[in-house]
Design a protein around this ligand. Structure first.
Ligand SMILES: Cc1cc2nc3c(=O)[nH]c(=O)nc-3n(C[C@H](O)[C@H](O)[C@H](O)COP(=O)(O)OP(=O)(O)OC[C@H]3O[C@@H](n4cnc5c(N)ncnc54)[C@H](O)[C@@H]3O)c2cc1C
Length: 381
């Protein structure tokens, strides 16, 4: 297994429970603690229930009662978050990404060998076995490699080459970090406050540990990542009011910030030989679709299930791809449709979002607007 993110931990745990001997290679020196609040719903919610981790996720989840959208002139529009959850049939948890990762880590069977500080740089696929080559030259061989190393997957580059054709940039950057501000924490309460203007957004909410979390996104002309994310953040979100100004002033050093491109990965085949891809490495839907973590868990469980039957790995990979790729393609398309609602670029788009938010609280209509926001199909629920 390559990558101990949400996808890698799911596949590793589920394969080990089904009798596979699993070595989990993770580039980071220790468990990653950076993250942002995710709305956890859809197929991943059902998969988590099946995996028996829903209780722990509920314990770690947040009770967000309201999302408030604040305009530059100070006027605001509120959304009762209970309505969003109700429109998902109550099957929605607000979770910090790292708490979801922690839950999957805690659930790993003891038999899984986790090696932190082990960056895979290449994969060599032979007829009878496959070898992962680490940055320090170590070579580890096995029957299969599951590449769950995220959107910038080194294994994908190793197997398919560095093709920009797989990488659909959506013209935005996103970031997240946490900081101390007891005053702002008290002010936020159980409300998620988001700015409401063109081309950029900042969301703020209070965490269980007393810190405040920031999550932000902005449109960019050049999608290349900046050398110094802290400076880029402070420039991109300047002039957005006092609370954001405090958050920018308290922006930590680059190693403590999550900063990345908003992109989708569209890999036309999800396996080659003894190597199979999972999670963002092959199916990133981007934060616009809002279900990356959910799909990583549900797809990971499906892959493990396919590998646990009588099928040869190549046949299991093919069934996994055939069943799961259309689900992902659907969510990716929904994510792209949501782009202008998420970060409006024109005043008309901004107006449309405000009207949409107002309708979200209306019964019946709300269900359809939720489906537009979350990418789920209201009629099928
Ligand atoms: C700002 C933001 C908001 C989001 N909001 C939501 C939401 O509301 N709902 C939702 O469901 N999803 C959301 N997502 C998406 C979700 O977090 C991801 O889609 C999901 O976590 C995918 O997990 P992954 O395990 O595939 O990849 P990753 O989380 O990227 O994990 C990959 C792992 O592989 C490791 N790795 C990388 N390279 C190597 C290497 N060469 N060798 C070994 N290890 C390596 C990395 O260190 C990492 O631990 C959001 C994403 C962002 C960016």
């Amino acid at each position: 297994m390559c990558g101990a993110g949400i996808s890698g931990l799911t596949v590793a745990g589920q394969l080990a429970e089904r009798g596979w001997e699993v070595t989990l290679l993770e580039a980071a020196p220790e468990r990653r603690t950076q993250g942002y609040m995710i709305d956890f719903f859809g197929p991943g919610y059902d998969a988590a229930e099946k995996m028996g981790i829903l209780g722990r996720l509920r314990e770690l989840s947040y009770s967000i009662t309201e999302a408030r959208f604040v305009r530059p002139n100070g006027r605001s529009q509120s959304l009762d978050y209970g309505v969003v959850a109700a429109n998902e049939g109550g099957k929605l948890l607000s979770l910090m990404r790292q708490d979801l990762e922690l839950t999957l880590f805690e659930a790993l069977p003891e038999s899984v060998e986790v090696r932190f500080g082990s960056a895979v740089v290449a994969v060599e696929d032979r007829t009878d076995y496959v070898t992962a080559v680490l940055a320090d030259g170590t070579r580890i061989s096995g029957d299969i490699v599951v590449a769950a190393d995220g959107i910038h997957s080194a294994v994908r580059h190793s197997i398919f080459g560095d093709s920009a054709a797989f990488d659909r940039q959506l013209g935005m950057h996103t970031c997240a970090y946490t900081f101390d501000s007891p005053k702002l924490h008290a002010k936020l309460g159980e409300t998620l406050v988001s700015t409401d203007e063109l081309d950029r957004m900042v969301g703020l909410y209070g965490l269980h540990n007393g810190q405040v979390a920031l999550f932000a996104a902005h449109r960019v002309d050049d999608t290349v990542l900046p050398a110094n994310p802290r400076e880029a953040i402070q420039a991109a979100y300047a002039g957005m009011g006092d609370d954001v100004a405090e958050a920018l002033e308290k922006c930590p050093e680059p190693s403590k910030i999550y900063y990345d491109q908003v992109a989708q990965i569209e890999l036309p085949v999800w396996s080659r030989g003894r190597v199979v891809f999972a999670g963002d490495a092959c199916q990133a839907v981007s934060l616009l679709a809002g279900q990356g973590a959910s799909l990583a868990i549900a797809g990971g469980l499906l892959l493990a299930e396919k590998l646990s039957g009588d099928l040869e790995p190549s046949a299991a990979f093919a069934e996994y791809e055939e069943e799961w790729m259309p689900v992902v393609a659907d969510k990716q398309a929904a994510g792209r449709r949501a782009a202008n609602g998420f970060l409006p670029h024109t005043t008309f788009q901004l107006w449309k979002r405000r009207v949409g938010l107002a309708l979200l609280t209306a019964p019946v209509i709300g269900k359809f607007v939720t489906s537009a926001v979350t990418g789920t199909k209201a009629l099928n629920q």
